[in-house]
Write a protein that binds this ligand. Structure first.
Ligand SMILES: [Zn+2]
Length: 375
């Protein structure tokens, strides 16, 4: 869901991107505002007016989410944290941090900034609504500002739920971290909050669907799944962080990995490599130079009767920044790349040369082993 998105514009040096899911959510918001929310607020306006109000309301929400994320990002910048950009996705936004905060104070200030920003914006919209009412602005305009005051309050309150990695969960983690002095344990507890909250939402969502509230039920299920997954992944990252610290990839990679030459044919690749070593990826080299890698998926693109006559070199995935990493970077960086590139196996290189392989599977093995030895 993350990573891909349309670049919209830059504001105060932060790049704002739109996840494709936002187009869907925008349509859904406009529809539910025009046919449900606004007609319930004020009766007797024309359908055109309701639709116009709904579109303005949607853009107002869009602005509000950016404002919320900007609040996070500006405070992060104040504390010297790098923010890569702001992405708006299916239910809100996300300021993408390049690194996790270094200390509880930074985390606390950064996490609380978003909801505070939303509360302030809610207050501003509320005042504008009152002023509009006082000067006799049309009821449609007053209702739109009323909606924006309401939705910003919802944004603030929802994000303050103590479920990591939501803002409230980050606030909770910062407080625990401050008092326990142990980031990994604090994350673990806050992530449990996120886990249970996510499960709770899914259960409530299913109950809503069963009792006939299909749309709101599906929302709850979706958000619940997101929070639950994000909590699990944050917990895992923090485990990795506390286990590997800042140790370099080279310390955990498999050295001298099985590699093959580009002129070997696919039949040999299948018989003597895949069916012999049972790895699902092999690096392909030319002399000392790494040229790429070949996976089962690449093989499947070649018809079986062409296996004898097709050289591996013609079907490889060339080496790139997505599938290679330096041995000097940290395991956390390797994990980040695996997540971003959706690729659980990275080739470790030194200049042109292949020096090892690091896989998610091995990483999980090391974590399990360490856990067993420590308990
Ligand atoms: Zn937030």
């Amino acid at each position: 869901m993350f990573g891909s998105g349309i670049k919209l514009f830059s504001i105060l040096g932060f790049e704002v991107k739109l996840d494709f899911s936002w187009i869907f959510i925008a349509a859904l918001i406009v529809w539910s505002l025009a046919t449900g929310y606004f007609p319930r607020q004020i009766e007797g306006l024309s359908a055109d007016t309701y639709w116009t109000m709904a579109v303005i309301g949607m853009f107002g929400l869009f602005f509000s989410v950016i404002f919320h994320e900007l609040a996070h990002s500006l405070v992060a910048r104040l504390y010297g944290l790098k923010i890569k950009g702001i992405t708006l996705f299916i239910f809100g936004g996300m300021a993408e941090m390049a690194n996790e905060p270094e200390n509880p104070t930074t985390e606390f200030m950064m996490a609380i900034a978003g909801p505070l920003g939303s509360f302030v914006l809610a207050g501003v919209f509320y005042l504008v609504m009152l002023m509009g009412d006082a000067v006799g602005a049309g009821s449609a305009i007053v209702a739109v500002f009323g909606y924006l005051a309401f939705i910003n309050t919802v944004l603030a309150v929802f994000n303050l739920i103590p479920a990591f990695p939501m803002d409230g969960g980050r606030v909770l983690r910062a407080i625990l971290w401050h008092y326990m002095g142990d980031m990994a344990r604090a994350t673990h507890i806050a992530a449990r909050g996120g886990h249970f909250f996510g499960i709770g939402l899914i259960v409530m969502g299913i109950a809503s669907v069963v009792t006939g509230n299909f749309v709101s039920g599906m929302w709850m299920v979706l958000i619940g799944m997101f929070v639950q997954r994000a909590a699990a992944s944050a917990d895992f990252r923090s485990d990795v962080h506390s286990m590997f610290g800042n140790q370099p990839v080279r310390q955990f990679m498999v050295t001298n990995p099985v590699a093959l030459k580009a002129d070997v044919n696919v039949q040999v690749l299948v018989d003597e490599y895949f069916f012999h070593f049972y790895h699902d990826m092999f690096p392909v080299t030319d002399g000392n130079k790494l040229v790429g890698c070949v996976t089962v998926r690449d093989v499947k693109k070649v018809p079986r009767n062409k296996w004898q006559t097709t050289a591996v070199g013609t079907i490889i995935t060339p080496r790139s920044r997505e599938n290679t990493i330096s041995g000097d970077v940290t395991m956390m960086d390797a994990l980040t790349l695996m997540g971003r590139a959706n690729n659980g196996r990275l080739m470790v290189v030194q200049g042109e040369q292949l020096v090892g392989i690091v896989t998610l599977k091995d990483l999980l093995g090391i974590i399990t082993l360490k856990n067993q030895l420590q308990s």
